[in-house]
Each structure stands twice: as structure tokens, then as C-alpha cells.
Design a binder for this molecule. Sequence first.
Ligand code: GRF
Length: 231
Amino acid sequence: MQATRYVGQRRKPDICPFNDQEFAVSRPPSQSRLLVLVSGTGTILQALLDACADPGFGAQVVAVGADRDGTGGAARAAAAGVPTFVRRVQDSPDRFAWDKALTADCAAFDPDLIIAAGFLKLVGTEFLGRFGGRMLNTHPALLPSFPGIHSVRDALEHGVKMTGCSLILVDPGIDSGPIVAQAAVPVLDDDDEESLHERIKVAERSLVVAAVGRMVREGWSVDGRRVRIGN
Ligand code: GRF
């Protein structure tokens, strides 16, 4: 299979690896446009906002979207002067309509890269048709172990001694996309779900900032399941 290549510093049509459709990467010459999706407190979003304060990072957060009202993430975005929007599933007639509406919400900001940072919804075919191959999700476990919403609890209950976090490209499955970056976090004897998740999130914030920064500055390629940042 031929590698699909994405380069951060240009405008040209590219191919979505999940449906072979062309999409146009549309961006200013030196700053990539990030759109972050959140459902919760938004500490990973905050790490990205902080990183983007340095022009050398190579990106700006142009919008933050949430699937519910009153998220800490939206408050952080507003405090940083970043536009926000909310797209609740219950306001759409069905999940397909929600997916289509979310796609339009995001497309309006013309993002180069979408980052689901604690976003507790799966996107559908419309969304991936538009943004597949340039949507990231951060997950608090070392995938492919412990996919799903209770990954920290599942890892703890399984008794693993090492867990961590994964940054993946989103595909149609549940936490099944190609892995971009991972970091390991040891499990301590007296950890509970909360303490372990908090330590994972420290690693997660660094991982996401480092990987996204490299992706926008150096580009990336996907060859089967293997993702390579830079040349
Ligand atoms: C992260 O651990 C993310 O992987 C998980 O939810 C957490 C989000 O944290 N899905 P925050 O809202 O960025 O603080």
C-alpha cells in the first residue's frame, strides 16, 4: 500500500486514507489551524493553547467545539479569546444528522487538524469523509490495550504495571486508528482510578503538544498502520 503523505507547510488536495476522497488542506503559510473538540475540563486543550502562544509552535487553535454545555474546555477557550461552539446530540433528530451538523460546524473554521481531547463522542462517516486522516484522538491507555471510555479503570482492574496514553488518527472504529505517539506511565501500588488518570494526563498533555507540534511543522505520512512524522 502506498503511503499517504501530509505536509504541514503547503496548500494542496490530499487523499483521505479511509475513503480515498480528496480533501483540500487549506491553511495560512506558516500557522496550521487547529480545531479542538472537548467534553470535559480541557486541560489538554489548555496545554495546546499555551503551546500556540509561541509562534514557533506553528499552529493556532482557531475554534473549540463541545458536545455539551458548560464544559471547562469551552471556558478555557473563551478565556483565551478562541471561538467556541456546542453541538449536542439531543438537538439533532438522529446521530447521522448530528454528525453532519458537527462536520459543518468544524468545516466553517477551515481546520487543518482536528484534535479530540477528551471528546466523549464517536464521529461518523460524514465527519471522517471530510476530516479523516487529519483528526487525532488522545486516549488514556497504551492502545491497542484498553480501548473505550473506561480505559483507566480497565487497566487498573487488569493489574497492569505499566499503562500510559496514545495519540491516534481517528478511523471508523473505537480507538482503533493508526498510532501517532505513545507515552508510558507506571501504575503504583496505591493508585486508584483518579490518581492514575491524573498522572496519565500529565504525560498526555506533553505527548499531545509534542506530537501535534511536530506534525504541523514537519508533516506526516501514513503507511498502512504506521504513522511517521517528518521525513
Ligand atoms: C484525557 O485523559 C483524555 O484522554 C480522556 O479524557 C481526558 C481529558 O482530560 N478521554 P481534559 O478534559 O483535557 O482535562
